[in-house]
Design a protein around this ligand. Structure first.
Ligand code: ATP
Ligand code: MG
Length: 612
């Protein structure tokens, strides 16, 4: 078996011999490109140089770059598409062009000194030409001159053989792709047909000749570049004669762990196990990145949350529980030499995975029940009508992500012999969903601003922060002291909070430290704060804490901290006001813990400003 480490080494060695400098893998979060959330290809971190800036290491570069492609998430489950993968790449910044790079690609693939792949199992494609750019005859002729027969060189349109730009604008151009036949060795088709999925794309040489500008035009680049990208997982599979990336050393230890934890076999659970392995690997790399991202409801954090939650959901179907951190440990072990940042951030990775999984398990149980109930109420799946609003309510009240709602509805339809929900319908409902989400976010912002004016007119921003911190403290005390904490009073000045609660003894230093740590951990997670108004009886059922014997009206407001009422870290009957997001609180510190009367303790605490 050839190992992944050998392929990485060979690739870099080959291009070093051809005069290339090796550059390190950049972060998964792009530095110079606000148009995408993640680095999707090796060329990303190099955009400024592809646009003409001088690179300090010269005009020939190569590397192994970690990549995330969430656009491929629906394909994950097949044998060769992942959300996280490594791309081997080499670049010419205005130096060599088509002839040289095609010849090198061929040499690296076929020479016995390098990968030694069987020439008869290779096929190629080149750009056929259209109104933006002509047929790439140079690429076509170069392959032919290397001995490739014409029926193994397909001429394909822009959809297939044009790369980029990665966002709306940027460098782009025609490309030539290399495919390997992963079907039976004695059934290699004479001519190449890119519709057959057994031809797996392994490498792509892009010829950056154009820059797409904001009005959609293609301008010739003054500096012509080459940008190539070869998938490490796919290459490793074909070099070892495998037709499944998950059977290589880049996945198999993860699959084995999943088999172990679930007691089920990979061969009988391909899709689920692949999705779990893939998504948790991506999540581990996002959390463990140099720019470590935590789960949240926006941007990269939201993608991360979706990946973890989807993996957890598939894991649950295989009967696994609290498994994501165990699997992440295997992943970190596999990759720690190549990506030392994973080891450095190990605690952060494991902690966040565990927490997100726990949160989601609660959400999931409730959400699935609710969907079933809605379907039942409407007389079964055939007469069940839903729209963006239904989906939004599921999300808002139960934290159920829209794509999971769709999957559950699809599952129910399939069980009943119906087809999947139409793609167009999904798209239009998704739009509706996000319109409502945005409206909701705007509203909760203005309502808390308004209330601030009307209610506690002398309560400054600091006061609001301390008030929100009091809620966190309340819950953290409950968690650490492992008993029902009854609030006996609370008082807030501009510089400190004071919280009285029923408890029979002095807290130990360790307990105080634990409480501080929990509160600060929650602050670091930047959880958002929400208010909802409910009938008192219903509100009591949510488990939100309130002061027994206090008088409440028929309708009460609950403030909760977290994504949804179900999964919230803290929920309390309260009039507010509070901050919108606890990420702004600063650093929570207990300054005193003392007795006020028999069985009642008092904590005084402050929020120290932090640099961000
Ligand atoms: P495909 O058509 O198979 O999705 P692509 O055209 O999107 O591939 P490129 O953008 O050309 O791929 O990326 C260069 C190389 O990176 C590919 O040849 C392939 O080896 C690898 N690659 C691309 N996407 C993935 C993925 N989702 N998972 C694993 N490897 C990938
Ligand atoms: Mg693709």
């Amino acid at each position: 078996m050839t190992t992944s480490a050998e392929i990485r080494r060979k690739y870099l060695e080959f291009f070093k011999e051809k005069g290339h400098a090796v550059i390190p893998s950049a972060s998964l979060v792009p530095e110079n490109d606000p148009s995408v959330l993640f680095t999707t290809a090796g060329m990303h971190p190099l955009v400024p140089y592809l646009l003409g800036e001088k690179h300090p290491l010269g005009a020939r570069l190569c590397d192994v770059q970690k990549c995330i492609r969430t656009g491929d998430i629906d394909e994950v489950g097949d044998y060769c598409h992942h959300t996280f993968f490594e791309m081997l790449g080499n670049w010419s910044l205005g130096d060599y062009f088509k002839k040289e790079v095609i010849a090198w690609s061929f040499e690296f693939l076929t020479s016995p000194r390098w990968l030694g792949l069987n020439k008869n199992r290779l096929a190629f494609s080149v750009f056929a030409g259209d109104s933006d750019a002509p047929f790439d005859s140079e690429a076509f002729e170069t392959w032919k001159n290397l001995g490739v027969s014409e029926n193994r060189i397909a001429k394909l349109p822009k959809k297939n053989n044009w790369w980029g730009p990665a966002g709306e604008t940027g460098p782009c151009g025609p490309d030539t792709e290399m495919f390997y036949w992963v079907g039976d060795a004695d059934k290699v088709p004479e001519s190449f047909n890119d519709d057959n999925p057994l031809w797996m794309e392994i490498w792509n040489d892009v010829f950056m000749q154009y820059n797409k500008i904001i009005d959609g035009k293609f301008e010739p680049l003054s500096q012509k570049n080459v940008d190539t990208g070869m998938g490490l997982e796919r290459t490793l599979a074909v070099v070892n004669g495998l037709d499944d990336n998950y059977k290589t050393d880049l996945f198999w230890p993860i699959i084995e762990k999943i088999e172990n934890l679930s007691g089920k076999k990979y061969d009988e659970n391909l899709k689920g196990m692949r999705i779990i392995a893939d998504h948790l690997k991506a999540a581990t790399f996002i959390l463990g990145d140099e720019k470590g991202i935590a789960p949240s409801n926006t941007g990269q954090g939201y993608v991360l949350r979706r990946l973890i939650r989807r993996a957890v959901r598939y894991g649950k179907q295989l009967g696994m529980k609290s498994f994501s951190a165990d699997i992440a440990e295997v992943i970190i072990e596999m990759y720690k030499d190549v990506y030392p940042e994973l080891l450095k951030n190990k605690n952060f990775v494991l902690e966040n995975l565990g927490q997100e999984e726990e949160k989601f398990e609660k959400t999931l149980e409730n959400g699935l029940k609710i969907i079933e109930k809605i379907i039942e109420k409407s007389g079964g799946i055939t007469s069940f009508h839903f729209n963006g609003d239904t989906l939004f309510d599921l999300f808002q009240t139960h934290g159920f992500p829209i794509e999971l709602s769709f999957e559950e509805i699809d599952n129910a339809r399939i069980k009943n012999g119906l087809g999947l929900v139409d793609l167009e319908i999904k798209e239009s409902f998704t739009k509706q969903f996000f319109t409502r989400l945005k409206r909701h976010q705007d509203m909760s912002r203005t309502s808390s601003a308004g209330m601030f004016k009307g209610g506690l007119s002398d309560a400054g921003e600091e006061n609001k922060k301390l008030h929100t911190a009091t809620h966190l403290l309340h819950q953290a005390l409950h968690d650490v002291l492992q008993t029902e904490i009854t609030q006996k009073g609370s008082n807030i000045t501009v510089e400190r909070l004071r919280f009285d609660f029923s408890f029979s003894r002095k807290m130990t230093d360790e307990e105080k430290k634990k409480v501080e740590d929990i509160v600060n951990q929650k602050i670091a997670q930047k959880l958002s704060v929400h208010k909802i108004i409910m009938k008192k009886e219903e509100a009591e059922k949510t488990g939100a804490s309130h002061v027994f014997g206090d008088k409440y009206g028929d309708e009460v407001s609950i403030y909760y901290i977290g994504d949804s009422l179900d999964s919230a870290y803290s929920k309390e009957f309260c009039g507010g006001p509070h901050v919108d997001n606890i990420g702004t609180l600063g650093h929570f510190r207990i300054i005193k813990e003392e007795a006020v009367s028999a069985g009642v303790r008092r904590i005084k605490a402050v929020l120290d400003k932090t640099s961000n």
